[in-house]
Design a protein around this ligand. Structure first.
Ligand code: ZN
Length: 123
């Protein structure tokens, strides 16, 4: 074959050009690409918990105090998801979505909780 860099003829199975040292196509045999974990589990868990917490906070407003663990877990997992998304390059938007919904759910739940406590104290 011909060296890509210097254009001289080199041995077909050479790993690098003996004249200029440029690696040939043989230098990097095609390995099956190592499949790294492409799923950001924390982001998925965080967004699911966040959205679930948000829906529950609206749908089951009278008993939402019981479900306050949902948005709290949602915030924890979403935050972990955002951290993991920096190295994994995946799930960032999902984790942010989870975080937003978690915070909304938590705020709604807390607001209802405070309202119920004040109403109970007044009555
Ligand atoms: Zn060469």
């Amino acid at each position: 074959m011909i060296c890509k860099k210097c254009g001289r003829k080199i041995y077909d199975k050479a790993v690098k050009c003996p004249h200029c040292g440029t690696p040939t196509e043989n230098a990097q045999p095609k390995k099956p690409e190592k499949k790294e974990s492409t799923v950001n589990g924390f982001a998925i868990a965080g967004s699911l918990l966040g959205i679930a917490g948000f829906i529950v906070s609206i749908a089951v407003i009278s008993s939402s105090i019981v479900f306050i663990f949902l948005p709290i877990l949602g915030i924890i997992f979403s935050t972990l998801g955002i951290v993991k998304a920096q190295t994994l390059k995946k799930g960032r938007k999902m984790a942010i979505t989870g975080l937003v919904f978690s915070i909304l759910g938590l705020v709604i739940t807390a607001a209802v909780w405070i309202y119920v406590l004040i109403a109970a104290a007044v009555l």
